[in-house]
Write a protein that binds this ligand. Structure first.
Ligand SMILES: Nc1c(C(=O)O)ncn1[C@@H]1O[C@H](COP(=O)(O)O)[C@@H](O)[C@H]1O
Length: 162
């Protein structure tokens, strides 16, 4: 089976309820993806292998979600030049600010495109991936344009009472 263009990876099964938002949006846009649990802390060899083979397998964007000491996106970015879009998963103790800072503050040279905390960030990660793929894929570009137009059209111009 050929590798899809997008990999959605997450530090734990518990991140799936957040990262599912990215998968749902990619489904809407007709973009194939794979999903994996990969942890810098708990499965470092799996992380290494995923990053080492990403280019050769044909992955074009990696969406990486993690919470707390969220080292996964940055470590993945250190191992592959495939663009990594990071999603800070919301945590109970620190509301996801810990995840955000862990992902955001990369040293010069190894960037992670960091999204907002939580499911909106996961959805935006999928849209970011779509935008990257759309640069070289007219069909994805057309579907992304249509998706954006539909969202804009759904926003009322005048507020109403609930
Ligand atoms: N931040 C990371 C990494 C990593 O960065 O490699 N691996 C797991 N985790 C995070 O630990 C949190 C709690 O995980 P559990 O719910 O499994 O205890 C999750 O949000 C996961 O992303």
């Amino acid at each position: 089976m050929s590798t899809p263009p997008v990999g959605i990876i997450m530090g734990s099964q518990s991140d799936w309820s957040t990262m599912r938002e990215a998968a749902t949006l990619l489904d809407e846009l007709g973009i194939a993806y794979e999903t994996r649990i990969v942890s810098a802390h708990r499965t470092p060899d799996r992380l290494w292998e995923y990053g080492k083979t990403a280019v050769d397998r044909g992955l074009q964007v990696i969406i990486a979600g993690a919470g707390g000491a969220a080292h996964l996106p940055g470590m993945m970015a250190s191992k592959t030049r495939v663009p990594v879009v990071g999603v800070p998963v919301q945590t109970r103790a620190l509301s996801g600010v810990d995840s955000l800072y862990s992902i955001l503050q990369m040293p010069r040279g190894f960037p992670v495109a960091t999204m907002a905390i939580g499911s909106a960030g996961a959805a935006n990660a999928a849209l970011m991936a779509a935008g990257i793929l759309a640069l070289k894929d007219d069909a994805i570009a057309a579907r992304l344009d249509a998706w954006r137009d539909a969202l804009s059209a759904s926003i009322p111009e005048v507020p109403t009472d609930d």
